[in-house]
Ligand binder design. Structure first.
Ligand code: TPP
Ligand code: SF4
Length: 340
C-alpha cells in the first residue's frame, strides 16, 4: 500500500493480496471474496482506509486475502475488536467477516451488542450451516435432526435464524444474499458498503466438503425462481418463474396467492418497504421458509439511527472542548472519601 493509491484508480486487483488461498477448491468463500474485491474499488475510498476483522473459522481467513489492513482475532470476538477499531479511528471503513459458528455460538453475545449499538461496521456472516474449519460439527444454524460428527443421531437443537436475530438485535441494515447469485451478491454488498451504521449481511455459503448443497433447494439454478422471494424496495412481493405468485398479508398472517386466480390482483400484494418503521414486518418476512413460503433474499430492513462511534466521539470532543483536565482533581473529586 502506498502512494500508488493517490494516482491510479483502484481495481479488483488492488484489493488482492499476495497470499496463497487455502480454502478447499469449490468453496463458496472464493466467490464472496471476489465480489467484495470487485465492489470496494467503486467506493472511492483509499485501500489503506479499510480494515477487515475476523474471528476463527474457514471464513475468518478472509483478511489474509485482502490487500487492506486486517486482523485475524479470537473466536467470536471480531465485532468487539471492530468496535474498538472504529471508535478509535472513525475515518476507517471496518468490515467483519464471520461464520455461523463464530458469530452465533461462541460470539453470540458480541454479535448482538455490536448490532444493538449500531456501530458503523459491516458484518458479513458466511452461513454454511456447519463448522467447516473443525471438520463438520453442527452449528446454531444447522437444521433440527442434522446428522454430523458431533450429532451422530441427529441434532436435537432448534436452529437460529440469523436474520431474525439481527432484527431482534435492532440492526439498522439487515440483508441476505448467496454465494452463487453474483449479481445479487454484488448489489447487496454495495448497499451494505454505503450504509451508515451496523450493516448485517447473511450470505448463504456452500461448504463443498462438510455440507455440500445445503442451499440447493433454495438457490439452486433450477428452483430459485420458485423458491426465493426477491425483496425490492417499492415493488410488490412477487415470485415464481412467470412472476405470478405473490405474498398477501392479513394482520399477522401471510399467505401465498396466485395473481389472476380467485380474483387476486397485484394490488392485493404487499409492497416491500425496507424502511417500514415497524420492525415486525421485516421479522415476519424473516420467518418465511420452504416449503410453505419462498425464502426472502435482499434487504429486509434499512433504517437511519445515530451510531455508537459517532456519539462516543462527540462526547470526547465535548470533553476536550472543556479544556485541559486535572487528573489529581479528578481523583480527589467529590466522590472520594476516607475510610477511618
Ligand atoms: C475458544 C475456541 N473454541 C473453539 C474453537 C474451535 N473452533 C474453531 S473454528 C470453529 C467453528 C467455525 O465454524 P464457523 O464459524 O461456522 O466457520 P467456518 O469454518 O464454517 O467458516 C470452532 C468451534 C476455537 N478455535 N477456539
Ligand atoms: S471446509 Fe468447507 S468452508 Fe472450509 S474451506 Fe473447505 S469448503 Fe470452505
Amino acid at each position: 500500500m502506498g502512494a500508488e493509491n493517490d494516482i491510479k484508480p483502484l481495481t479488483k486487483k488492488s484489493f488482492e493480496s499476495d497470499q496463497d488461498i487455502r480454502w478447499c477448491p469449490g468453496c463458496g468463500d472464493y466467490s464472496i471474496l471476489a465480489f467484495v474485491q470487485r465492489v470496494l474499488p467503486e467506493m472511492g475510498i483509499p485501500k489503506e482506509k479499510y480494515v477487515f476483522v475476523s474471528g476463527i473459522g474457514c471464513s475468518s481467513r478472509f483478511p489474509y486475502y485482502m490487500n487492506t489492513y486486517g486482523l485475524h482475532t479470537i473466536h467470536g470476538r471480531a465485532p468487539t475488536v471492530a468496535t474498538g477499531i472504529k471508535a478509535a479511528n472513525p475515518d476507517l471503513q471496518v468490515w467483519v467477516v464471520t461464520g455461523d459458528g463464530d458469530a452465533l455460538s461462541i460470539g453470540g453475545n458480541h454479535f448482538i451488542h455490536a448490532l444493538r449499538r449500531n456501530v458503523d461496521i459491516k458484518i458479513l456472516l458466511f452461513n454454511n450451516k456447519i463448522y467447516g474449519l473443525t471438520k463438520g460439527q453442527y452449528s446454531p444454524t444447522s437444521e433440527f435432526g442434522k446428522k454430523t460428527k458431533s450429532t451422530p443421531y441427529g441434532s436435537v437443537d432448534y436452529p437460529l435464524d440469523p436474520i431474525s436475530l439481527a432484527l431482534g438485535s435492532e440492526a439498522s441494515f439487515v440483508a441476505r444474499t448467496a454465494d452463487n447469485t453474483p449479481k445479487h451478491l454484488t448489489e447487496v454488498l454495495r448497499r451494505a458498503a454505503h450504509h451508515k451504521g451496523s450493516a448485517f449481511v447473511e450470505i448463504f455459503q456452500n461448504c463443498i466438503i462438510f455440507n455440500d448443497g445445503a442451499f440447493d433447494p433454495i438457490t439452486g439454478k433450477e428452483v430459485r425462481d420458485d423458491n426465493t422471494l426477491l425483496l425490492e424496495h417499492g415493488k410488490p412481493l412477487l415470485f415464481g418463474k412467470d412472476k405470478k405468485k405473490g405474498i398477501r398479508i392479513k394482520g399477522f398472517d401471510p399467505e401465498v396467492v396466485t395473481v389472476g386466480e380467485n380474483g387476486v390482483t397485484e394490488a392485493d400484494l404487499v409492497v416491500h418497504n425496507e424502511n417500514n418503521p415497524n420492525p415486525a414486518y421485516a421479522f415476519l418476512l424473516s420467518r418465511f421458509n420452504l416449503p410453505q413460503f419462498p425464502v426472502p433474499m435482499g434487504v429486509f430492513r434499512q433504517s437511519e439511527r445515530y451510531t455508537y462511534d459517532g456519539l462516543l466521539n462527540d462526547q470526547v470532543d465535548t470533553a476536550l472542548s472543556m479544556g485541559k483536565g486535572d487528573i489529581k482533581k479528578l481523583i480527589h473529586g467529590p466522590s472520594t472519601w476516607t475510610v477511618e
